[in-house]
Design a protein around this ligand. Sequence first.
Ligand SMILES: Nc1ncnc2c1ncn2[C@@H]1O[C@H](COP(=O)(O)OP(=O)(O)OP(=O)(O)O)[C@@H](O)[C@H]1O
Ligand SMILES: [Mg+2]
Length: 436
Amino acid sequence: MHAIAGVLGGDDEGEAAGSLLVDGQQPESARGRVGLLLQDPDSQVVLARVGDDVAFGLENLRVPRHEIWPRVTEALDAVGLDLPLDHPTSALSGGQKQRLALAGVLAMRPGLLLLDEPTANLDPGGVLEVRDAVARVLERTDATLVVIEHRVETWWNLVDRVIVLAPGGGVLADGSPDDVLATSGAVLAASGIWVPGHLPAVPARRSTTGVELVHTDGLSVARNRRAVVYSGIDLAVHAGQCVAVTGPNGVGKSTLGLTIAGLLKPAAGAVRAPWLADGLDPQPHSWRSRELVTRIGTVFQDPEHQFVAATVRAELAVGARAIGLDDAETDRRVDELLERLRLAPLADANPFTLSGGEKRRLSVATVLVTRPPLLVLDEPTFGQDSRTWAELVALLSGLLDAGSGVVAVTHDTAFVDALADERYGMVRMPHPESAR
Ligand SMILES: Nc1ncnc2c1ncn2[C@@H]1O[C@H](COP(=O)(O)OP(=O)(O)OP(=O)(O)O)[C@@H](O)[C@H]1O
Ligand SMILES: [Mg+2]
């Protein structure tokens, strides 16, 4: 995708063979024709306000002033980002950022649209909304679309050609969606593609729940003291139990996760974890990080927000050392996770250089390695092929069987079906800010 967009870098950064032309030209000369949506929406936000951020690309293309704002509003509507134009881009949820980045690309009306997992952080309704928005753009502008997607079903009826890349190089399948499904459906499913009608098998769970690990009491959550995001939250998590937190983009799922994890202070009400506290004040937000690490393992929605070490192996060892495991046990756990999560060949790589899906697995693995009594996971499965997905589910299932509790914020319905004992569904509340 980066090569097609002409942003891969020159000969000094790597080697290229064969040829690649966009509109008959070198990709570098065709940049204005190409709209690239990066996998990590964070890396695409440029300006401080939502409207300016979408307008930025149009200004670069020298779109006449009077056309810019109608196109900005139209693009924001198309992706369902219902926020004021002056909403700060630093105050966006993961899914809102992804919608914003896509709006920026759509507004430019590129002849070639390159989308890298454009729906990985969207709620299920948003996935269809965005797919339809892209379809409308294609219809109206005759643009070409190249989309990268693990959950291929979303785009199946829209695409004319499917190319399945083989691990390590080469092509596993190439043809019309129907042909590819008919001739290689089973092979593709076995190699990790989410093929419609071939979903991965998951192990059965022992469903025994133990002691209550944490509960909330009339809890209100907020990122900062001014704006309460969601209130009236009453839920409990027991040992051996997985509670899935679901709901639309921006509703407050991550904010709730961070609050249960003791990283944000409740705006009102309380989070109490007396059993985990084991003598400390029962409210996790009052614990010091040294006290938190043996009790609650947290995985952020954006994997990059938690990398601290120079290599994948060292990243996994950080938590193990923090809870006081000796070197032999640390190595044993780290090696097992590297193997099971297909990260072993990357053990010496810098975490920031991994692919999006690999970063996700590594960040989840950093808490799996410590086997904490409570895990708070924010979108633990995005960007995974069906094999790495099944491995993550199996690892979590093992921890649950061993008595850990899990709070998982997720848009992944397959994950909810496979692991959740209970679902806490958050619903959008009328918001004074939401009228543009
Ligand atoms: N760092 C932040 N500072 C201020 N406000 C924020 C911040 N992050 C998110 N918000 C706002 O808080 C609200 C809740 O965000 P949150 O991240 O909890 O949503 P979410 O349910 O996790 O959404 P998503 O499904 O997109 O990840 C949103 O309206 C968002 O705009
Ligand atoms: Mg979130």
